[in-house]
Design a protein around this ligand. Structure first.
Ligand code: OOG
Ligand code: NI
Length: 270
């Protein structure tokens, strides 16, 4: 699949379940901006059938290479980011995985058995990330059980494979000169920010500032009946130049730790 078609399909699937992202993008465009993506994020489990290495395959084939690695002790996550070797405008890719063996036997068994229900061919075909939830209708009680140990695990169980967020490259917006101005605009338009760790995560000194709106809430059909839970969210990133006068291209683990919470139902007030 050509990379432009791949990214279009990824955006289509993401924006279908994240109407706020499409709304924000359209608002930016109406103001006279072209919207470029700083990065795209993907979540998965560390099971060798679906881990970071499996999901990274189509990106490596497109010319991406691994760059940074990030550890999240409390959330028990590990992540890698990938950059395109020749195209500086290609979005960076941030892929995280849940370190399942640091959780209860019950969680480990749930994840393993879930993947056992999937025809093995599905894992080895290209573009797992475009396949969505590759297992059958989720159970709300299993979702709730997983959520007690890991919001990420519960989210993954219901949402499956997709882009968890696209991220607007704020440096390239024509009508905004700071992340703060973007946040003000978002709030004026009724979007709710993730305020965990502050509305803006990171700083100029860290060479990266990030903010995000809370994930959309969508109705999901569970075995027990429909329930409203979080889908995906939209992020905004502003990068600063390092001492070599080059834009910083990495991620900041402390900021990322809080950005993960954009899908947490606990941050959603009425
Ligand atoms: C990823 C959160 C981290 C960033 O830009 O630091 C992140 C996620 O929610 O899956 O995207
Ligand atoms: Ni991100």
């Amino acid at each position: 699949m050509a990379s432009s078609v791949f990214f279009e399909e990824l955006w289509k699937q993401y924006s279908d379940k994240t109407p706020s992202a499409q709304k924000v993008k359209t608002l930016f465009e109406k103001q006279g901006n072209m919207v470029y993506n700083d990065h795209i994020a993907i979540r998965t489990f560390d099971d060798p059938r679906v881990n970071i290495d499996v999901l990274a395959k189509p990106f490596l084939a497109m010319g991406y290479e691994p760059k940074g690695e990030y550890h999240f002790e409390a959330k028990k996550l590990f992540a890698k980011h990938f950059e395109h070797t020749t195209d500086p405008n290609a979005p960076k890719i941030f892929i995280s995985q849940l370190k399942t063996n640091e959780f209860s036997e019950q969680l480990q068994t749930t994840v393993k058995q879930l993947l056992d229900t999937v025809t093995p061919d599905v894992f080895t075909e290209d573009n797992l990330i475009l396949k969505g939830r590759i297992w059958s209708t989720p159970s709300f009680s299993i979702y709730e059980e997983l959520k007690k140990e890991s919001e990420y695990a519960a989210w993954m169980y219901v949402n499956g494979f997709c882009s968890n967020h696209f991220t607007v490259d704020v440096n390239k917006l024509a009508t905004f000169d700071s992340l703060e101005a973007v946040n003000t605009f978002l709030k004026e338009n009724g979007f709710k920010m993730n305020t965990s760790g502050g509305e803006i995560k990171g700083s100029a000194a860290q060479l990266l500032e990030q903010s995000s709106i809370l994930a959309d809430i969508v109705e999901v059909a569970f075995i027990e009946g429909p329930q409203k839970i979080t889908s995906c969210y939209y992020e905004f990133a502003y990068r600063y130049k390092d001492s070599n006068n080059e834009l910083f291209t990495g991620f900041i683990a402390n900021s990322a730790d809080k950005i993960f919470e954009s899908t947490d139902m606990k941050l959603q007030t009425s």
